[in-house]
Design a protein around this ligand. Structure first.
Ligand SMILES: [Zn+2]
Ligand SMILES: [Zn+2]
Length: 253
């Protein structure tokens, strides 16, 4: 059993020191650990602190070409896009699809939202926190936003589902399956119950392991997800990057 790729890694292009390594450093660690492919998925453009800038894209592309040549690891250019509205908008424009090999999406706080109302409804409940379980209304609103995003965009991976943004994970996973979108088992945090993962697996949802490395040494570290896969007996055929490479929506053949 081998993990062949890591599809969630950050670099220095996630600004303000949020990501620590370079593309080459991430690829070198991947190579040492026997990975064939990685994705560079820095934080989306609307993140107030950590977002990449569109003017950095050319530099990232050049770094990728160079790192591929030096390490032999195949490197995909992606982004960890942010949900920015209740209508399911994310911070990626149609033009961006030209350079994106893989499109990941997750909810993050401290993101420029489409409208004030989106901030009040989606971000604020998390920012102020509450000792109570999230209301049904909030979960429904969040879930609807995710479902709309899945409908609107060719999203390849939903990152850390339920982290800081409670949704009906089963409903999201069901549509994700229809759309050919992978549900990530994140290397740092898994916020879906074992029961729900079990149900998803039974329904044929496809998962993908991602380290969410913010330092090069963490690239390829997916044990948290792997342990759950073994514990729950999820068939390895449903894990996109074990003993095979995933298939993403657009772009590369
Ligand atoms: Zn994230
Ligand atoms: Zn991330």
């Amino acid at each position: 059993m081998n993990i062949l790729g890591d599809y969630h890694t950050h670099t220095k292009y996630s600004r303000h020191g949020h990501g620590k390594g370079t593309v080459l450093e991430n690829a070198s660690v991947a190579n040492e650990k026997g990975l064939k492919q990685i994705a560079i998925t820095d934080h989306g453009f609307n993140h107030m602190l950590f977002g990449i800038r569109r003017r950095d894209i050319q530099d990232i592309k050049e770094d990728i070409l160079n790192a591929k040549e030096v390490t032999g690891v195949d490197i995909l250019l992606g982004v960890e896009a942010n949900l920015i509205s209740q209508n399911g908008n994310i911070d990626v424009k149609v033009e961006d699809f030209e350079f994106l090999d893989v499109l990941s999406m997750g909810f993050h706080k401290l993101v420029h939202m489409d409208r004030n109302e989106d901030f009040w409804k989606l971000s604020l409940p998390h920012l102020i926190g509450t000792p109570f379980a999230p209301s049904k209304e909030r979960i429904n609103r969040n879930t609807t936003a995710y479902l709309k995003a899945l409908d609107k965009y060719p999203i390849d991976i939903i990152t850390h589902i339920n982290y800081e943004f409670p949704v009906d994970a089963l409903a999201v996973a069901k549509l994700a399956k229809e759309k050919g979108t992978y549900i990530e088992l994140n290397g740092k945090r898994i916020n879906v119950s074992e029961r729900d993962l079990d149900i998803m697996a039974g329904e044929g949802v496809k998962f993908i392991l991602g380290s969410d490395a913010h330092t090069p040494d963490r690239v390829g570290e997916c044990n948290q997800g792997l342990n759950l896969i073994f514990k729950l007996g999820i068939p390895l055929s449903q894990i996109a990057n074990v003993d095979k490479l995933p298939k993403f929506h657009n772009k590369r053949g």
